[in-house]
Design a binder for this molecule. Structure first.
Ligand SMILES: Nc1ncnc2c1ncn2[C@@H]1O[C@H](COP(=O)(O)OP(=O)(O)O)[C@@H](O)[C@H]1O
Ligand SMILES: [Mg+2]
Length: 254
């Protein structure tokens, strides 16, 4: 059976004043999968994400999402299609409560018409949905605390909840476990597994045990180009990949 790709890039390229940060990258992301993008520092991972969300315009190449060429779309159009990057739209407000942050994200999705918000039933529905989202990321008991008081690992969970609020079809996660201790990493891994159940996840991640735990498919970038592709068992044994990581401080034991 033919594979069902939600996202395909073709020779996607980004140059910064002659320097090629992303160099003819073609990847295919299967619908419903967790696809990881790895590679040493400076490989072009974040730039690639910025191209997908339209934060940056590509120099050349194309992006096809659900069969539509979205290469020249505006960021908002692409976001409306369901391509959502966590931490891009989900900057959390430190002095709102955890619950209020999720409500703000929900309001952002629904629009800002004043009259629309006068309805009590809309507001109570919003509260209900916010609590559901907090339950999904295991933050119910933190609902009423000020966000600035949240432990670091829990903040990531909140950011994921605010991303889920806009109902992403393709969720882009840039280093979801960055800077976390062992216990928080485990919790975020379980969280990603859970939220990936009815959507597609494309994530940049450095922690190899997280990668091996979660990813169905891995694309390895180095110096802007695709170095290798495949499941963890293959990619982790690929001599080219091991070589690319030599001298990098990012290698972590599986
Ligand atoms: N706005 C920019 N202007 C110039 N060079 C940039 C810009 N953004 C990224 N780069 C360069 O592109 C390369 C890839 O960066 P980046 O995508 O952040 O890599 P990664 O996320 O894999 O660490 C790096 O050499 C970086 O210095
Ligand atoms: Mg990066």
């Amino acid at each position: 059976m033919a594979k069902d790709y939600i996202l395909e890039t073709r020779d996607l390229t980004k140059q910064f004043r002659g320097f090629t940060a992303v160099d003819k990258v073609s990847i295919s992301v299967q619908r419903g999968s967790i696809h990881a993008l790895i590679g040493p520092n400076g490989a072009g991972k974040t730039t690639f994400f910025n191209l997908l969300t339209k934060f940056l315009p590509p120099t050349s190449g194309s992006i096809v999402y659900n069969g539509h060429d979205i290469t020249r779309e505006k960021p908002a159009q692409t976001a409306r299609r369901g391509v959502i990057r966590s931490f891009q739209i989900s900057a959390v407000f430190p002095h709102l409560t955890v619950m209020e942050n999720v409500r703000v994200a929900l309001q952002r999705k629904l629009g800002t018409s004043f009259h629309f918000w006068k309805s009590d039933s809309t507001l109570s529905h919003l509260n209900e949905r916010a609590m559901e989202l907090l339950a999904e990321v295991d933050l119910e008991s933190f609902a009423d605390i000020e966000t600035v008081e949240l432990p670091y690992g829990r903040k990531r969970a909140l950011e994921i909840a605010t991303t889920l609020a806009v109902d992403p079809e393709l969720m882009l996660l840039d280093e979801p476990t960055q800077g976390m201790g062992h216990e928080d990493v485990g919790r975020v891994v379980e969280l990603i597994r859970k939220v990936a159940k009815n959507r597609t996840v494309l994530m940049v991640e450095h922690n190899m045990s997280v990668i091996s735990n979660l990813s169905d498919q891995i694309t390895v970038l180095a110096r802007g180009t695709v170095l290798a592709e495949g499941p963890y068992e293959e990619v982790s044994k690929n001599p080219l990949v091991l070589e690319a990581y030599v001298g990098s401080t990012e290698v972590e034991a599986a």
